[in-house]
Ligand binder design. Sequence first.
Ligand code: SF4
Length: 77
Amino acid sequence: MNEKELLEQGYREYSGEKIDVFFKREICEHAAECVKGNGEVFDVERRPWIMADAADADEVAAIIDRCPSKALKYIKK
Ligand code: SF4
């Protein structure tokens, strides 16, 4: 899916230099794979709660691949 399609589906974009992260709150199952994966990138106490550049893009992608609900998606640049 491209950026436009994700935004049309209700995902919100968190841009980074090497990777853009997308999140759709409505389908998040709160499994916390993201937060457990890297608390610097994913921090629910912070705004914005996702900082795509806080870790290596490959690591961010690997964590997002473990999101069980597909509430998180990414596009590498
Ligand atoms: S891993 Fe996915 S489903 Fe789990 S809390 Fe994060 S965004 Fe939500």
